[in-house]
Design a protein around this ligand. Structure first.
Ligand code: ARG
Length: 586
């Protein structure tokens, strides 16, 4: 199956090529004048400019070659040499039928699927998930779903931050509070199965310890030493650390679950640890590891760099592995375990230097093919002051609190709109959760990932405008229309396209594959979000102009039911690729 726009583009490219001109000139775009045409091609203007010829003449030659293309009802040359193309109703109906019958709703798969690891969210032990992790989680989840849908073999990995200096800090901080803990004894154990701390303890201790380490050199040294001992395998520290990990992970999983974020792998930085000795040895053999003031580094600066890129710190002077070391070792691990051909890191853009350092070191050492590691950076969600969002008290907002706030707001909005009134409490709450998730995710994903945006829950949860709840509302409306049709024993029939609103709807359905392909190539889900919104708008116009259940005759009614069914299916698919679920009813 192939989309109409793409197929026309190829026909145009062939025509340009047959005229001895560059195929690329045949690019077609959606017409800016839908009253005159469906698509247009501006290639004749560029061709004429290059050849110092008359653009209308070139356009006429191209148009002549398209004569006889049964899909086109008119081919017109407009203005200085635009080629305007209009499809026949039959060609549109044909395409709509194909989309409706296609389980993939018109979306293609990639020609050569790859093995891809998507590293996203990156939550940390003991640090409650805060809004800083929100975007990476939302965007990564969508990219993971998109890549998988396009046919790649994909592993989503949380890359849990469970290994660095923070762990040493926590061990020391817990030890100060509970000096008699068995975990602190140097022996081999066994150590208690029960965790001596709760997540609340960890969340309370961590910020204090982190702040203290900045000022108190003695404390910092103890934490560094504990980090090194943990990494070297001291049994009590390992046992205590495992409790930190379990306690944190349980809470994090709940939050991710509430956001429809789901990982195939919950590997942590610690899982790369077994690979570190060989990586260090290998870097040494390759002459890449350099001793610098007691630490071991890899120089990654390149000639022509616009700004100076500091070296990658591999081992601290205590011999601890650093954040970049675990990332480097994780690349080796992913290549070995999954034969990963591409690794995408959906992480805040403020970490771009870090990734540049790690990638360059990996390329230098031959751990990955040049270009197979990609940082997919995101901007921030900001407060009204334009700075990364903080609570009113100036603290970071915990994800859990954000989700709760969004759910409450969504419930309020549903009540305001008189929606969901007939639902049982559980069903209502679940609908509110879906509305909240749609609100947060769509507000995020409608922006290009590198564009920062301002947090505005009122706007995000509105049922009007370019919002997630609006899209859910439209989808549910189609669902209830179809349920009503079913109740009247009115069934889908052969699709026929006549009305302008029907043409527009089919053209929008046709644009789905291009949107997915653009989102895929650019690792940018906003193209899917844009498509979903356009589809809702096209449907809304169609629904206003073309009665479905009250259609003039049975054939038209059947056709419109089929169009509505295809629209709903494509909408649900698009939303699911954004990680948004549509409630059954509202
Ligand atoms: N845990 C890190 C943080 O909170 C993000 C991890 C990103 N992924 C990676 N492979 N480094 O900043």
């Amino acid at each position: 199956m192939t989309d109409l726009k793409g197929a026309l583009g190829r026909a145009l490219a062939d025509a340009f090529s047959a005229e001895g001109l560059n195929r690329d000139l045949g690019r077609v775009t959606v017409s800016d004048r839908p009253d005159l045409a469906d698509f247009q091609c501006n290639g004749a203007l560029a061709a004429a400019k290059a050849a110092k010829a008359n653009p209308r003449e070139i356009a006429a030659r191209i148009a002549a070659r398209l004569e006889g293309d049964a899909r086109l009802s008119t081919i017109e040359i407009a203005g200085p040499g635009f080629i305007n193309l209009r499809l026949t109703d039959a060609a549109l109906a044909e395409r709509a039928k194909a989309i409706a019958a296609d389980p993939r709703l018109g979306a293609e798969t990639v020609a050569t699927p790859r093995k891809v690891v998507i590293d996203y969210a990156g939550p940390n032990v003991a640090k409650a998930m805060h809004v800083g992790h929100l975007r990476a989680s939302i965007i990564g989840e969508s990219i993971k779903r998109l890549f998988r849908y396009r046919g790649d073999t994909v592993w989503g990995d949380a890359h849990f931050g469970d290994w660095g200096f923070q762990m040493g800090l926590l061990i020391v901080a817990v030890g100060e509070e509970q000096p008699d803990l068995a975990f602190l004894t140097p022996g081999d154990g066994p150590f208690p199965d029960e965790s001596p701390v709760t997540l609340e303890d960890l969340e309370r201790l961590y910020p204090t310890a982190a702040a203290r380490a900045k000022e108190d050199a003695e404390f910092r040294d103890r934490a560094r030493k504990a980090t090194a001992e943990l990494q070297a395998g001291r049994p009590g520290y390992r046992a205590l650390w495992r409790h930190f990990v379990t306690v944190s992970r349980t809470a994090l999983e709940r939050e991710f679950h509430a956001l429809n974020v789901d990982f195939d792998l919950w590997n942590g930085e610690s899982d790369a640890d077994p690979y570190i000795p060989e990586v260090v040895a290998d870097l040494k053999v390759k002459g890449l590891l350099i001793l610098d003031q007691g630490a071991q580094i890899v120089r990654v600066a390149r000639e022509g760099d616009k700004k100076e890129l500091p070296p990658l710190l591999v081992l601290s002077s205590e011999g601890s592995a650093m954040y970049g070391t675990t990332d480097l070792a994780t690349i080796v691990q992913r290549r070995r375990d999954f034969d990963a051909e591409l690794i995408l890191y959906c992480v805040d853009q403020r970490q771009s230097d870090h990734f540049e350092q790690v990638f360059r070191a990996a390329y230098l050492a031959g751990y990955a093919a040049e270009g197979s590691l990609e940082h997919v950076p995101n901007g921030t969600m900001n407060g009204p002051d334009g700075k990364p969002f903080k609570t009113r008290a100036g603290g970071v907002l915990k994800l859990h609190d954000l989700i709760t706030m969004a759910k409450e707001k969504a419930a309020e909005r549903l009540h305001e709109a008189g929606l969901g009134e007939d639902l049982a409490k559980d069903a209502f709450d679940e609908t509110a959760r879906k509305v909240a998730v749609a609100a947060l995710k769509f507000a995020d994903l409608q922006n290009h990932r590198t564009t920062s945006y301002v947090f505005d829950l009122d706007r995000f949860t509105s049922f009007e405008g370019k919002t997630g709840p609006y899209l859910l509302y439209q989808s549910v409306r189609i669902k209830s229309l179809l349920a009503k049709a079913e109740g009247q024993k009115a069934h889908a029939g052969a699709i026929a396209v006549t009305e302008p609103a029907e043409r527009d709807l089919v053209l929008t359905l046709d644009a789905f594959d291009a949107a997915l392909s653009e989102a895929y190539e650019r690792r940018a889900p906003n193209f899917i979000a844009e498509h979903a919104f356009r589809l809702a708008q096209s449907f809304s116009k169609f629904y206003a102009a073309c009665p479905v259940l009250a259609a003039p005759d049975e054939a038209t009614r059947g056709s419109r039911i089929a169009l509505s069914t295809a629209t709903l299916a494509q909408m649900e698919l698009a939303l699911s690729l954004l990680g948004i679920e549509v409630p059954e009813r509202m």
